[in-house]
Design a binder for this molecule. Sequence first.
Ligand SMILES: [Zn+2]
Ligand SMILES: [Zn+2]
Length: 638
Amino acid sequence: MEEIQIVFPDQERCSFPSATPAVQALAAWQKSSLKGSVAARLNGELIDLARPLSSGGELVPVTGNTPEGLDILRHSTSHLMAQAVKELFPEAKPAIGPAIEQGFYYDFETKAPFVPEDLARIEERMQVLSRAKIPITREEMSREEAIAFFKSRGEPYKVELLQALEEAPVSLYRQGDFVDLCRGPHLSSSGDIRFFKLTQVAGAYWRGDERNPMLQRIYGTAFFSKKELDEHLHRLEEAKRRDHRRLGRELDLFSIHDEVGPGLVIYHPKGALLRHILEDFEKKEHLKRGYELVVGPQILRTDLWKKSGHYENYRDFMYFTEIDGQSYGIKPMNCLSHMMIYKTKIRSYRDLPKRYFELGTVHRHEKSGVLHGLMRVRQFTQDDAHIICTPEQLQDEIRGVLNFVAEVMQIFGFPFEVEVSTRPEKSIGTDLDWERATAALTQALKDNGLDYSVSTGEGAFYGPKIDIKLKDALDRRWQCATIQCDFTLPERFDLTYIGPDGERHRPVMLHRVILGAIERFLGVLIEHYGGAFPVWLAPVQAIVLSVTDRSIDYSREVYQELLKAGVRSELDIRNEKLGLKVREAQLQKIPYMVVIGDKEAELKTVSPRTRSGQNLGAMDLAGFIQRIQAESIPGFKE
Ligand SMILES: [Zn+2]
Ligand SMILES: [Zn+2]
């Protein structure tokens, strides 16, 4: 019999008869047990534990506590769900069912949409199938055979998927009567899938295209332990409770109307105030760091967008309008005006760097399917700046932006992660440009002592970039800052500066945002704080509550004094019970409630309470104002 040579992670080498299952080889190596292994990697390729080893090479076990291991569990759970769906709804036609970041989904064409009761039934059936410990096995067929097979089972989506595949054997996975077209790998038995939950159902177009049939997508998640599943479900509950769309309505911050247009946000007074506080903060922080505030127009001639390359590369996301026979593009980015400012003068190396900052409102035509509250919209405002500098200054400028990001994230209390994206296959600029810019980005990260991951080939076609993702209170990642090197625009717009040698040179340009889109950042803040903003951010910091009609006059007086002192305040002098007024203010998550009764009116004092129910006792108004002003400093922790 033919022998194959296997190398294990500790470099131990063994030979086995050809076609030995991976699990046996691993067991021989680890002797004691294979605890925690869910699959294996042979020369880098993920395979089932049961897969017969057809060739030698490096064999590594994949355990459940790795991201790949969890993906395999979740993908296997999607198959289990599809099996349950087919048993309960034989007419359902399965489409695709991948593992995703928080779990998995599977799409089905069905006669009627699934309802929540269906999910409960499907979950129950999955439990039955799990307890039955059904083996999950792999088989191969030619593509033609597989097409005939799925046609005979009335599964057109599988047939369509197969028709798009190359002419080669394909793999199928079988568990009981359920068979799926799948690359695998999978767990060995349905009995290994125990801790799962179906979380929601939504409509989804086949292949994400609205011209295709609408399918039913069931989402779920799975873990290797009950504890992890419970923690995850708790986080989901919490996320639901904090959903910014719901809080946006309850706290009267913003609304989005179909009659106005999808993805277009209307800010109500408190939302607009919240936004103003954030923008004011941003302007001050930028001015402190040597940025100059600029403002460009909303529409610019289409010819200019052609010159910049946006028309060619970005047209599908842009809105256009025509006036006096002239075509204009509504800006999707703020770069062009900033370059026009630069070009109005001859610049010397002594003038550089120029740092132009704009709270730039842009329009991008996102597909309606991806729009989501404030997180994905069609009109948004970026805290956008363009730094134009000499190549020698590039690294210092990047370091400066990284410090800026770190300081701002510290103020909000967000930890963050950093990723560098390098040159993609399709790109412009010389090798030297790319090397220099990528080295400047990574060196600046090293100088600032920041850990980062590298996303090879994920840079924009015009330059490498740094992406920064913040982590919120529910441990979710949100893209905020980006720092992007650009070789094309200075070239296309012929930006120059006079160097020490008296010659004209090409400057480098950085596009950068710190918070990103203000809309999304607000959405993140609403969910992160659960609507209970710290005093410095709260659109309403204090509400004055009269206890009886006798204290109305003094209540008004206190309210006016608070406003005069710059404290964002409201006044509630309705003829309602104090208990009700306090409860309503608590629901509005207002940091301070200033209760004014007879005693306060007589002694000219105030008795503030916090939204958490703490009673601060009577104090004079000046003392209370001082307290709020101290807490209004950005980043103040209560
Ligand atoms: Zn599959
Ligand atoms: Zn830009």
